[in-house]
Design a protein around this ligand. Structure first.
Ligand SMILES: [Zn+2]
Length: 98
């Protein structure tokens, strides 16, 4: 069993999301391709800031990307341990009619 500190966690613990402003104890590892796309000018264009999981999923869906294929792991950071999850599937909420 690996006891390595998962990558990227320090950002989630110390910095708020650059989009919604929330601090979260949930971090994630995105595929390099999806992160580069979302942080490029074609995507959100935010190269330096933290993007929380909720906002990242919204951006992926807005750009017709499948979150199940773009997010490799989800980390829930606890006081004594971090639990690592893999996405099985994403249950989409029905779109509200406007
Ligand atoms: Zn956010």
């Amino acid at each position: 069993m690996s006891e390595r500190w998962p990558p990227g966690i320090s950002d989630a613990l110390s910095l708020p999301c650059s989009i919604c402003g929330k601090r979260t104890n949930i971090d994630y590892k995105a595929s390099d391709e999806s992160w580069k796309y979302i942080t490029s000018n074609k995507g959100h264009g935010n190269r330096l800031g933290v993007i929380c999981l909720e906002c990242f999923i919204e951006l992926l869906l807005r750009h017709d990307r499948c979150p199940e294929n773009c997010i490799e792991s989800i980390y829930v950071i606890g006081r004594s341990a971090t639990t690592v999850f893999k996405i099985d599937y994403l249950a989409h909420w029905p779109k509200e009619k406007t």
